[in-house]
Write a protein that binds this ligand. Structure first.
Ligand SMILES: Nc1nc2c(ncn2[C@@H]2O[C@H](COP(=O)(O)OP(=O)(O)OP(=O)(O)O)[C@@H](O)[C@H]2O)c(=O)[nH]1
Ligand SMILES: [Mg+2]
Length: 457
C-alpha cells in the first residue's frame, strides 16, 4: 500500500507537560483505529463533537481518561477521516497512545504530513499552507495577523483573478491565431493586447514590491548597534530591550562578543545586536570582536551608528563611520543628558540623514528612535496591513517569472511578431502563477516546503 493510503498519527501539541495534549489521526483507517483505542463506535459518535472515553492499548490496559472528536472527511483539516484524542498533557502518556495507534495500524506522521494531505486533498493551496506555517511561527502580533490573512486565502484572492485574466487573454490570442484567415472573428488588436498585459504587469509589480515588507514580517529584521568603544552601545541595547542584557562599564572595549535581544518594532520581529566597539587594538580577543562586528554590519538590515555627544567626534568615529556609511543606517548622538560638546565639532557624517539625539541613560529620545527604526524596517506598513504581501522567495520567484514572460509578450507584440510568440509568453506567465498557488508543483518543491513544518502539523 502506498503511504498516501495509510493512516498517520502524531501528537498535534508540543512536547512537554501541560493541561492537555492532543494526538491526531488522519486517513482511511482513522476511525477504526480510534475505535480500537477509545472503545467509541465512530458510527455512533456525532461528528465534530467531543466524547468522553478511556484510551486502551491492545491488551486492554487503560492508558488515560480522554476526550475524542471525530471529523468525517471531507469536512476535516486534511479532507480525510480525522480523529483527535485529547489526553492529559504528559509526554509519556502521549508516547504510549501514539505507540498504541501504531500497533493498531497507523504510521507515525512525517514533518508537515497532515498539512501536505490537506494540500493534496484540495483543502488549501500552497500559499495557504505557507501562511499556516508562518502563523504558527509568527513572533509579533502583526506577523501573526498577516500570516492568518495569507492562510485564509489573501494571496490566493490576488493571484487567481490575475491568472484568469491571463487565461482569457490567451483564449483571445488563440482564437485570433486559429481564425486569422476569417474576417468575422473579432481578433484582439495588438494595442488591446499590450494594454491588458500592462495592467496585469502593474498589479504583479505591486505584489513584487510587497515582498520586502512581507518578508520582514515573517523573517524579521537585523538591526545592529555599532560605533567606537564606550559611546553607550550596550546601554542602548539594554534600554531598547527593557532589560540588563549587556555588560555596561566605563572601560572602553567592554563588549567583545556580540549579543542579541529580540524586540518587536513596528510589528516586525527585530533582532537587535550589540557589537564590540570599532577601534584599532592590540588585544587579539577584542580584535576578533571587531572583525565580527564588521561582518555583522555588512549583513545588517539597518545599522544604528552611535556617537558620544558629550565629546567631539574623533578620527576614530570617522573611520568607524566609513564602515557603516554604505549600509542603511541612522546616526545617533548618545549621552544627551551630559553637556554637549562645543558647537562646530559635530560629526560631519551625521548631517547627511540627520542625527537623532538621545540618552540611553535617561531614555530621552528613545521614543523617536523606535519610530525611526520602525520607518526603516517596516516600509509601507499600512499597505501590508490591508493586503496580503509576498512572504517567501519562492513566491517572489514565481511573480518575477510571470513578469518577465509578460514583458517578453509585450515586446513581441510591439515588434509585430506572429501572435504565436506572445501567446507562448502569456501561457508561461499563467503557468508561473499556477506554480505560485501550487497547482503545478513538483514533489521536490513540496518536500522542501512541507519538510520545514514540524511533525504533527
Ligand atoms: N551619561 C550617560 N552615560 C552613558 C550613556 N550611555 C552610556 N553611558 C555610559 O558610558 C559608558 C560606556 O557605556 P557602554 O554601554 O558600556 O558603551 P559601549 O559602547 O557598549 O562600549 P564598548 O562595549 O566598550 O564598546 C558607561 O559608563 C555608561 O554608563 C548616556 O546616555 N548618558
Ligand atoms: Mg558594549
Amino acid at each position: 500500500m502506498v503511504r498516501e493510503d495509510m493512516t498517520i498519527v502524531a501528537p498535534a501539541t508540543p512536547g512537554g507537560t501541560g493541561a492537555i495534549s492532543i494526538v491526531r489521526l488522519s486517513g482511511p483507517d482513522a476511525f477504526r483505529i480510534a475505535g480500537r483505542l477509545t472503545g467509541l463506535s465512530p458510527s455512533h459518535a456525532p461528528p465534530r463533537t467531543m466524547r468522553r472515553c478511556s484510551v486502551h492499548d491492545a491488551p486492554g490496559e487503560i492508558l488515560d481518561s480522554a476526550l475524542a472528536v471525530f471529523f468525517p472527511g471531507p469536512h476535516s483539516f486534511t479532507g480525510e477521516d480525522v480523529v483527535e484524542i485529547h489526553l492529559h498533557g504528559n509526554p509519556v502518556v502521549v508516547e504510549t497512545v501514539v505507540r498504541a495507534a501504531c500497533a493498531a495500524g497507523a504510521l507515525p506522521a512525517g514533518p508537515g504530513e497532515f498539512s501536505r494531505r490537506a494540500f493534496h486533498g484540495g483543502k488549501m493551496d500552497l500559499t495557504q499552507a505557507e501562511g499556516l506555517c508562518d502563523l504558527i511561527a509568527a513572533r509579533t502580533e502583526d506577523a501573526a495577523r498577516s500570516a492568518l490573512r495569507q492562510m485564509r486565502g489573501g494571496l490566493r484572492e490576488e493571484i487567481v483573478p490575475l491568472r484568469e485574466r491571463l487565461l482569457s487573454l490567451l483564449t483571445l490570442q488563440e482564437a485570433a491565431i486559429d481564425f486569422a484567415e476569417e474576417d468575422d472573428v473579432p481578433a484582439i488588436t495588438g494595442r488591446q493586447l499590450t494594454e491588458r498585459i500592462s495592467e496585469i504587469m502593474e498589479r504583479l509589480g505591486e505584489l513584487l514590491r510587497s515582498y520586502e515588507s512581507g518578508r520582514r514580517f515573517r523573517d524579521g529584521a537585523t538591526v545592529v548597534i555599532a560605533g567606537v568603544a564606550n559611546v553607550g552601545k550596550s546601554r542602548l541595547l539594554n534600554r531598547l530591550a527593557g532589560e540588563e542584557r549587556a555588560i555596561v562599564t566605563e572601560t572602553p572595549g567592554t563588549t567583545r562578543d556580540y549579543l542579541h535581544a529580540d524586540v518587536p518594532i513596528g510589528g516586525v520581529p527585530v533582532t537587535l545586536i550589540d557589537t564590540a566597539g570599532l577601534r584599532e587594538t592590540a588585544d587579539p580577543v577584542e580584535r576578533e570582536g571587531v572583525r565580527r562586528s564588521l561582518e555583522i554590519i555588512a549583513s545588517a538590515d539597518l545599522v544604528l551608528f552611535v556617537l558620544d555627544g558629550s565629546r567631539a567626534a574623533s578620527t576614530g568615529d570617522r573611520s568607524a563611520y566609513e564602515e557603516v556609511a554604505g549600509r542603511p543606517h541612522l546616526v545617533l548622538v548618545n549621552k544627551s543628558d551630559l553637556p554637549a560638546a562645543e558647537e562646530g565639532s559635530g560629526f560631519a557624517g551625521a548631517g547627511k540623514r540627520g542625527a537623532l539625539r538621545l540618552s540611553a541613560k535617561t531614555g530621552e529620545g528613545i521614543g523617536d528612535l523606535v519610530a525611526a527604526v520602525a520607518r526603516e524596517v517596516a516600509p509601507a506598513e499600512g499597505a501590508i496591513r490591508s493586503q496580503a504581501p509576498l512572504t517567501r522567495a519562492r513566491q517572489r520567484l514565481a511573480v518575477e517569472g510571470a513578469l518577465s514572460a509578460l514583458s517578453r509578450a509585450k515586446a513581441a507584440v510591439e515588434e509585430g511578431l506572429p501572435l504565436e510568440f506572445p501567446a507562448a509568453d502569456v501561457r508561461e506567465a499563467a503557468g508561473a502563477l499556477a506554480e505560485l498557488l501550487g497547482e503545478v508543483a513538483p514533489e521536490e518543491v513540496l518536500d522542501a516546503i512541507f519538510g520545514t513544518f514540524c511533525i504533527g502539523k
